[in-house]
Design a protein around this ligand. Structure first.
Ligand code: IPM
Ligand code: MG
Length: 360
């Protein structure tokens, strides 16, 4: 795209609560800057979700927000503490949740593991996002033994097949290994292994590695470099992806994209509202920014995405760190605003040095 693009995009920003508004604002500032450099425009409409939506509209996921999102090119979301998010994901059928977990060279020593265990780490977790135990029959009831609650892990075969096809495509374009998280020794009626293998007939180059999810969790912390693409249902994918935060040094670094069959997407960090640091201006915006990078890639704005990745790598290599990365020694503690300023400055330098190269 780049010079040829001249595209006008419309996104809906849903800041939400806690640190949500801070990380969304920070990311949008960077996005607008890169849009200017790459010559596309970004119209931003603001939407409501969660507790703030409830206060205003009496609903955690108001109709007004749904309508605003209709026909947009993407949704950039911060965080909410309760209500709305699952409804939003379900409403637009964002079934395919991509959660990349890649180590950053200058942050290897921030990992919970020894640096050599995470060097070159590049895992893509693909999490089914609109079914499974999050959406199965649930409730509270009582019988002669007492009161009880229940949530049902239910998957239609076709729901497993469609996410399997997405995971197979991704694995085919990467290193060709697809690990399938399952729990068939205890939950035999959810035959992920068989269904994925059947879909895999169309992808002969992909190696399928079914793995009990408990064992998978252990291997992720013992030897994460062995994984390429990990496919998991909604609940298992939620749990496994937080391990990714420990591996790369902070959950604040991880972004995600949730796509529907049309390629329309919701882009959010994988962390939550972080109420302990909300309003202090010290949150790490790189998770949400990482999600925005996935949005740019989804649009085909690969040059813009690359610019942000490079600027981020350089700023981190210079030692700038938000508080979640507990800066030590030579490293420099910065707040959200300063990190954004540094990134914007770095993006501009990147731009001019490239122009220099063109005119040289
Ligand atoms: C995530 C979060 C959400 C989830 C919560 C906030 C409902 O943990 O996106 O990983 O479980 O999907
Ligand atoms: Mg989670």
């Amino acid at each position: 795209m780049g010079f040829l693009s001249n595209h006008n995009y419309r996104i809906v920003a849903i800041p939400g609560e806690g640190i949500g508004p801070e990380v969304v604002e920070a990311s949008l500032k960077i996005l607008q800057h890169v849009a200017q450099i790459e010559r596309f425009t970004l119209q931003v409409d603001y939407g409501w979700l969660g507790a703030t939506a409830f206060e205003q509209f009496g609903s955690y996921f108001p109709e007004a927000t749904a309508q605003l999102c209709d026909g947009a090119d993407g949704i950039v979301f911060g965080a909410v503490s309760q209500g709305g998010l699952l409804e939003l994901r379900k409403h637009f059928d964002f079934f395919c949740n991509l959660r990349p977990i890649a180590s950053v060279n200058s942050l290897l020593h921030k990992s919970s593991l020894r640096p050599e265990k995470v060097q070159g780490l590049d895992i893509l977790i693909i999490r089914e996002l609109v079914s499974g135990i999050y959406f199965g029959p649930s409730g509270r009831s009582s019988d002669d033994q007492g009161t009880y609650g229940y949530h049902t892990m239910r998957y239609y075969d076709e729901e497993i097949r469609r996410i399997a096809r997405k995971a197979l495509q991704q694995a085919q374009n990467r290193r060709g290994l697809l690990t399938v998280a399952h729990k068939e020794n205890a939950l035999p009626h959810l035959p992920w292994t068989r269904l994925v293998r059947e879909e895999a007939r169309q992808f002969p180059d992909v190696v399928i590695e079914p793995m009990l999810v408990d064992n998978l969790a252990m291997l992720m912390v013992l030897n994460p470099q062995q994984f390429d693409v990990i496919l998991a249902g909604n609940l298992f994918g939620d749990i496994l992806s937080d391990i990714g935060g420990a591996l790369v040094g902070s959950i604040g670094l991880l972004g995600s994209a949730s796509l529907n069959a049309d390629g329309f997407g919701l882009y959010e960090a994988i962390h939550g509202t972080a109420p302990d640091i909300a309003g202090l201006g010290i949150a790490n915006p790189l998770g949400t920014l990482g999600a925005c990078v996935l949005m740019l890639q989804q649009w085909g704005e690969v040059q813009a995405a690359q610019r942000i990745i490079k600027a981020q790598d350089r700023i981190l290599a210079k030692g700038y760190r938000t508080a979640d990365l507990s800066p030590q020694g030579e490293e420099i503690l910065v707040n959200t605003e300063t990190l954004v300023d540094l990134l914007i400055e770095e993006l501009s330098i990147g731009q001019y040095s490239e122009l220099g190269a063109i005119y040289a």
